[in-house]
Design a protein around this ligand. Sequence first.
Ligand SMILES: Cc1cc2nc3c(=O)[nH]c(=O)nc-3n(C[C@H](O)[C@H](O)[C@H](O)COP(=O)(O)OP(=O)(O)OC[C@H]3O[C@@H](n4cnc5c(N)ncnc54)[C@H](O)[C@@H]3O)c2cc1C
Length: 436
Amino acid sequence: MKRTILWFRNDLRLHDHPALHAALKACDEIVPAFILDERYLQRDRWGFRRTGPYRLQFLLESLEDLRNHLKELGGNLVLRIGLPEREIPAVAAEYDCTAVYASQEYTHEEKKVEEALKKVLPLHLFHASTLYPPEQLPFNMDQLPEVFTAFRKQVERYVRVPFPLETPVKIPVPSLEEGALPSLSGLGYAVPPTDARAVLRFRGGAGAAYERLDDYLWNSHSLSRYKETRNGLVGADYSSKFSPWLANGSISVRAIYHEVEAYEAEVEANDSTYWLKFELLWREYFKFVAMKHGRRIFFPGGIQGKSTSWKDNPGLFRQWAAGKTGDRFVDANMRELLFTGFMSNRGRQNVASYLVHQLKQDWRKGAAWFESLLLDYDVASNYGNWMYAAGIGNDPRDRVFNTAKQASMYDGDGVFRALWLEGAGRDPEAFWESFL
Ligand SMILES: Cc1cc2nc3c(=O)[nH]c(=O)nc-3n(C[C@H](O)[C@H](O)[C@H](O)COP(=O)(O)OP(=O)(O)OC[C@H]3O[C@@H](n4cnc5c(N)ncnc54)[C@H](O)[C@@H]3O)c2cc1C
């Protein structure tokens, strides 16, 4: 009887799961396991919770959905809290597993965990979060172009996005001690209220993710207008809102890509349908940037290694984070983030530019605030975009946004600013004290 662990990480789905496929092929039984990494529940160097309440709640919902789905196929999910490099070997010993199958991560801390685990168990790693398998890129990783357009042109021309793998029909497991799914309060968090102004009620899990894909493409045909609406600020459909599910892997990026192509074949192909694939390439690019540059994506001078002199003024930072700078466009966006865990791409670019270029504060502190609050936090996309905004990433230009001009272009009627700054708003300071 050959038994292996299927270690779930940011790949919380059964559809298009290469490690799961390989494990089922190679073994008689698998032990699906997820370890809630206690490091992510701690506070960071700035005092922020590394995982704030929104993303943690979303993660717990995702795990519940995954466990239910596994059970429907005869399986289950073992859940533990601790350090994966300790807990996975413990689970392996308990169930006589001889190896671990998992999806590969590309960022420093996550890779260190892989290295530690490899020392005690054979670890088979697969690519689950990128469009392109990295080994099929038309260049070695150390020659990844430093400019996005050069990268995009090469991959679009020379590499094909593989078709997603089918969901297995059966998950053979031994009798498992599943471990209770913790609650937010059980983990020491207060539960923030839901905010009726949120762009969407983001529900964790593959079920909700694939529903959203259906809605955005086939039900509302919003995809057909994406290029015109993508800079929007209010409502569910100005952009896809796929990002939280993509970040924890409840949905496969390859599945999205091929669904867009199916839509192009059956409904219409236009600039908008292409543009969604184009944006997925940005996500892809930042993953490879992280792979190429390792820890440098966290350095004060970024991957350019620029010498920098960021200021540290906690009062100014708090005004920014609480949406109290006096710049109404920045404040509205920061309150949306604080009260819901989401912010539009247009908003993110503006608030990042404001923190770095107007307030001259350390971009890494801004990135850490986003890390704590964002539902869709993704190491590579977050740090990649922040470096970009700070002028130390993959764009040699300083991208300074004129927030007044941006507000008049993208919120000309003031509806977005009014939504977050007037009326039934909560007090940001009190909110911060109670929930973060
Ligand atoms: C300072 C800053 C920090 C950011 N941090 C994150 C983060 O932690 N996690 C994250 O997923 N995105 C991040 N983004 C990128 C982008 O803002 C979000 O992906 C997007 O707003 C999510 O909404 P959506 O799914 O509706 O996007 P859509 O506009 O519908 O785009 C579709 C998908 O393309 C990808 N995408 C779009 N724009 C970008 C981009 N600029 N960089 C990388 N991928 C992109 C995302 O996966 C997104 O879900 C950040 C951007 C900035 C400027």
